[in-house]
Design a protein around this ligand. Structure first.
Ligand code: HEM
Length: 150
């Protein structure tokens, strides 16, 4: 169960279904970092301005997730502690209210697939290209063949 949870977290890190998001400032405010040549200075955000952030990119930052940030490595979650650098369900007052339900469903479905099939293999010669918009999808879908366990 521990490893399955790591797999789900890692899948949501590299494939965040809400890949891009944005917020509009309801008052003048200052973001503590992100400005200046080195990105370490504060940024002034005037009331009404939209700020877009892209979890797909944030989740692949080597300074936050290590040199192997682009690799699928569930074991990284053994000692990885994250806050706002990991946002598959967003954060703050409008955080996804279905987060725990979604994670439970994902765990159950993965578990049942592993029970029901002895192999699940990719069946597409084309490269697995991600289509990045507000939501993330696979450009050519996800074609697999599955062999029943018995
Ligand atoms: C892997 C599955 C899911 C992901 C990645 C996900 C992601 C998100 C994200 C990123 C937001 C914030 C949107 C924003 O404010 O910009 C959100 C909001 C929300 N999600 Fe999910 N979600 C998932 C599953 C679910 C499920 C299963 C439910 C309901 C059963 C659900 C219900 C909601 C609701 C009602 C909100 C709006 C919350 C609010 O604005 O106060 N989500 N979700």
């Amino acid at each position: 169960m521990k490893y399955l949870n790591w797999v789900l977290k890692e899948a949501l890190r590299l494939n965040p279904p809400v890949a891009s998001n944005q917020r509009e400032a309801v008052r003048d405010t200052v973001l503590p970092r992100g400005g200046g040549v080195d990105g370490k200075s504060p940024i002034f955000v005037v009331k009404g301005m939209s700020v877009r952030y892209i979890p797909w990119i944030m989740h692949r930052r080597t300074d936050l997730f290590g040199k192997d940030a682009n690799e699928f490595r569930p074991e990284r979650w053994e000692d990885l502690r994250v806050t706002h650098e990991y946002l598959p369900f967003n954060a703050g007052p409008r955080i996804c209210i279905g987060q725990q339900f979604a994670l439970t469903q994902m765990a159950l479905i993965t578990f049942r697939l592993l029970q029901a099939f002895k192999t699940i293999e990719r069946r597409d010669e084309r490269p697995p290209i991600q289509k990045l918009g507000i939501n993330l999808s696979m450009l050519y879908g996800c074609q697999v063949s599955a062999t029943p366990a018995s």
